[in-house]
Design a protein around this ligand. Sequence first.
Ligand SMILES: NC(=O)C1=CN([C@@H]2O[C@H](COP(=O)(O)OP(=O)(O)OC[C@H]3O[C@@H](n4cnc5c(N)ncnc54)[C@H](O)[C@@H]3O)[C@@H](O)[C@H]2O)[C@@H](O)CC1
Length: 493
Amino acid sequence: MQAIISAVQMHLADEYTITHEPVTLFDLMERASAAFVKCFRKDFDDRGLRLAVFCGPGNNGGDGLAIARMLINSGYLNTAVYKINFSPNQSEDNKTNEALLKKMHAPVRYIYKAEDMQFIAADVLIDAVLGSGLNKPLSGEYAQLAQKINAINIPVYAVDIPTGLPADGGVDENYNGIRAQKTITFQRPKFNFFLPESLAATQEFEVVNIGLDEDYIQSLPAGHYLLEEKDIRKILPPRKRFSHKGTYGHALLICGQPQTMGAALLCASGCIHAGAGLVTACIPGSGLTALNASLPEAMYLPRDIGQITSTAEDYKVVAIGCGLDTNDESKVLLEKALEMQTQLVIDADAINLLAKDKNLLDKLPPGTILTPHIKEFDRLFGNHTSWHSRLQTAVGEAFSRRLTIVLKNQYTFICHSDKKIYINPTGNPAMAQGGMGDVLTGIIAGLLAQKLSPLHAAWAGCYLHGKAGDRLARNSYVVKASALAEQVAKEMK
Ligand SMILES: NC(=O)C1=CN([C@@H]2O[C@H](COP(=O)(O)OP(=O)(O)OC[C@H]3O[C@@H](n4cnc5c(N)ncnc54)[C@H](O)[C@@H]3O)[C@@H](O)[C@H]2O)[C@@H](O)CC1
């Protein structure tokens, strides 16, 4: 998995690479700029495009100047360079790149005040004004410049980070920086890109490798990690010769109400397709026919508290909450589940029940997995005005209560008791439909039944769920939860 390092650590990685390899910062800037141009050309192949490259005073601006040179050299002859000179500061490599550009007789226009900026006749604008060196929110001339650029209304491609967006530490809800269509970022995605608020700064991002020392980056103490397929491959349990259904664990799913039986069925489907040896659905009797018809592999347990207790030791995992409602009967079921001394996955209405009665929250056994979406999370742990603060709460609660909190979103954040946040990169908006969360709960329960640790079950569950959704979204505008559950088994294979 990739360590998502801070802007400060990225600077250390630059220094380390320069000290330990025969490269200079100028060389790194060349690599970064060449990587940007290569990526840019994939999206804009037309050499006749009018490009405007805005370059600031530091190394981000230095990249911009080098990018302009490389674009001109590769045939983008309508490239205009705008050098932002709001202050006399200029980094050394910025100076060198400015000189190289002038040697080619490329016209460089200087902007000393935002109001000097005239009409820009361009098809695409490249933002290299400020990058990871941002040290305070934009104000004054820079803030005005950003507004003027945003008003031009052409696609903006940002170099490394859009001007005004910090790399980490959260995104201001009144973001006043440059709004990019795409950011081509160096070596690692920046943590803030994973927060929904960053959509104001960049619609999308692509990471390009610039050859910084990977071993060093991975050795840095990071609080955030991006999951990769190879992490999941390592932890998926093999189906061994001579194994049988008992080998792969028994999951009990306490889910559903007459009017939300689909949630229970989808959860059971996720669990079956993720490979649990046995799945028992504890659902209202009115769902039995549907269960038998749609998932004949699943067994049925009546909603009878006495029966649930008597068979508790048989279950490797209990998942509770999908379509459960928050009525008194459901509360009793949750209390029973908490007494069962088994691995728990708590979702949906079971989370809402914990929110209603915080005494139950305090009874969660260590190792429990919670799978809230944003509203369920805020109901449980209080309202948050930003994702940054929400994640801080999630990390604190996961640590102090020894939980794994799967905070669902486009990028799901898995906050674990080790105080780290694991980011799941798979998944897409075609999956934004009812029932998806129920399937995820079932998949995670299925993996726990197969003896994965809570952290590994959360990693693999989220990754496979999103991967299945990505596969199905290639040929479909929307992905149905039931289809996704079936696809999961194929992704695991
Ligand atoms: N490892 C990497 O990722 C590499 C990064 N490079 C580039 O270097 C950039 C970082 O360069 P720098 O550290 O020089 O930083 P920047 O170029 O982002 O900005 C530095 C300048 O902006 C000023 N500044 C910061 N915030 C401001 C604000 N709010 N208002 C006004 N002025 C402000 C600083 O005082 C300084 O003069 C990266 O974003 C990337 O583009 C590449 O050149 C080489 C390798």
